[in-house]
Design a protein around this ligand. Structure first.
Ligand code: SAH
Length: 212
């Protein structure tokens, strides 16, 4: 049953006009895809896509790419796009490890990480999206004064993310351990699916904004 589900979503994704199928072909040329000069921002691990779809709807002069590794999850985003298509948003099904093959140097204006998988075992630290290994990939694709915004309710992951900054050559621009009670950082906050779920359970939401 599970397998049937997955192969079904792979087929639907293969046919979807909202998904970029060979993203490495656009490396260095993402602006051509959108047909304009607007900045390109990405969310890595977009899940069902609520956050990036809300951003794209609010900001027609910014281009967005939502990255997700699981077909079955991405499919939910595609189904929502079919009801409300937007010219400034596409999805990519891929593993974030490959982003340097897909985006050119400095090509990305901003990166969003929301409720990334915690990978709690030490030996999996490299797989965490805010790890120094990933920060060095982001360093390649993000423009010079570009920023990364990261939200999570996972205390250990957030602490790890903070500890990774200095060794990787990044610094904090903004930080809160309780986003929903921080008026300044809450301004313009766009909720993600996980954010809504975990904050409703009473978990504080951690957030940082970082730059080099
Ligand atoms: N950002 C969404 C979903 C959070 S769950 C929200 O806040 O509601 C984390 C998502 O990231 C999952 O859908 C998972 O499949 C995806 N993900 C985790 N690691 C990834 C990776 N290395 N590459 C691409 N997607 C990844």
């Amino acid at each position: 049953m599970r397998l049937r589900n997955i192969s079904g979503s792979r087929e639907a994704i293969a046919e979807s006009p909202y998904v970029i199928h060979e993203p490495e072909k656009y490396k260095g040329n993402w602006k051509q895809l959108f047909g304009n000069d607007y900045p390109v921002r990405i969310e890595i691990g977009m899940g069902k896509g609520r956050f990036i779809m809300d951003l794209a709807r609010k900001n027609p002069e910014i281009n967005y790419l939502g990255i997700e590794k699981y077909s079955s999850v991405l499919l939910r985003g595609i189904q929502k796009m079919e009801l409300d298509p937007m010219p400034n948003l596409y999805f990519i099904r891929m593993e974030a490890e490959e982003i340097v093959d897909v985006f050119g140097r400095g090509e990305i204006d901003r990166i969003y990480l929301n409720f990334s998988d915690p990978w709690p075992k030490d030996r999996h630290a490299k797989r965490r999206l805010p790890s120094r290994e990933f920060l060095s990939r982001y360093n390649e694709i993000l423009k010079k004064d570009g920023i990364i915004e990261f939200k999570t309710d996972n205390h250990d992951l957030f602490q790890f993310a903070l500890d990774e900054l200095e060794p990787a050559g990044w610094h904090l621009e903004q930080m809160t351990e309780d986003l929903h009670h921080n008026a300044e950082m809450m301004e313009g906050n766009v909720m993600t699916e996980y954010e809504e779920k975990f904050s409703a359970m009473g978990n504080p939401i951690y957030k940082y904004v970082i730059a080099r």
